[in-house]
Design a protein around this ligand. Structure first.
Ligand code: S3P
Length: 185
């Protein structure tokens, strides 16, 4: 642990707000969230996991049975309920920023951190999993790159901080993230 991290730890409950991780699928939101939790004992909320548990259904099945809009409504409902928390890392689904209302909810008590990665990196991270309905039939670098471009403006507009994750360890990403948050104080 470096000096900065020690300072953060000495603050007891270090963040009196939530850290909201946004970004395209495969940019490392869940991994970074787990790392922040391990480093600082922060609570975490994995949005997709909570939604799947609440609905007792996988994300693919929610999309297949009820459609994307229904899933987006569940995201809005969940985010709205999280603003009363603090010192929690909220790992959002990659499409949560597509609704302005969701971004407004994130910002009520959170600093929004955008994680980015190149289409090639994203592809390498998602290629072996089938649990992302939005990438069904689009699991290739060209389509990922196109979808990323379509969403770029929304991601960037929502973000208080942007951190590129390409060629960095998860530890390095967490350290950069905490450093940047401390600088904002
Ligand atoms: C989605 C991203 C997924 C999940 C759902 C839709 C998206 O989350 O919420 O499949 O539209 O980008 P991850 O970013 O955690 O894969």
């Amino acid at each position: 642990m470096n000096d900065l991290e020690k300072n953060v730890m000495q603050a007891g409950e270090p963040f009196d707000y939530n850290i909201v991780l946004i970004g395209f699928m495969g940019t490392g939101k869940s991994t970074v969230s787990a790392c922040l939790s391990a480093m600082f004992g922060m609570e975490t909320v994995e949005m997709d996991q909570v939604i799947a548990e609440r609905e007792a259904m996988s994300i693919q099945d929610i999309f297949a049975n009820y459609g994307e809009e229904y899933f987006r409504d569940l995201e809005t409902e969940l985010l709205s309920g999280l603003k009363s928390r603090k010192n929690t890392v909220i790992s959002c689904g990659g499409g949560a920023v597509l609704r302005a209302r969701n971004v407004a909810e994130m910002k009520k008590n959170g600093k929004v951190v955008l994680l980015t990665a190149s289409p090639e990196t994203v592809y390498s991270r998602v290629k072996d999993s089938d649990d992302r309905p939005v990438l069904r039939d689009r699991k290739n670098v060209t389509d990922i790159s196109e979808l990323m471009e379509q969403r770029r403006e929304r991601y960037e507009a929502a973000a208080d901080i942007v951190i590129d994750t390409d060629n960095k360890t998860v530890q390095a990403v967490c350290e950069e993230l905490v450093q940047r948050l401390m600088e904002m104080r």
